[in-house]
Design a binder for this molecule. Structure first.
Ligand SMILES: [Zn+2]
Ligand SMILES: [Zn+2]
Length: 57
């Protein structure tokens, strides 16, 4: 059992982010939902942190 590193929600089972290795609830499991430290180089093209892009699904 673990807790989401982002919101602290308790979870059954383990869902570790495959990029940073931390556990997150389903809601925060996606790297972009928890400011994943393992994917900083995703966004090297520009230093924009606008949320104009939201098409992960
Ligand atoms: Zn969470
Ligand atoms: Zn992560």
């Amino acid at each position: 059992m673990g807790t989401c590193k982002r919101c602290g929600e308790k979870m059954t089972g383990e869902r570790n982010c495959s990029y940073c290795g931390n556990s997150y609830c389903p809601e925060h499991q996606l790297p972009e939902k928890h400011d994943c430290s393992g994917v900083k180089n995703w966004d090297t093209e520009g230093e924009r942190f606008d949320s104009g892009f939201d098409g992960s699904e």
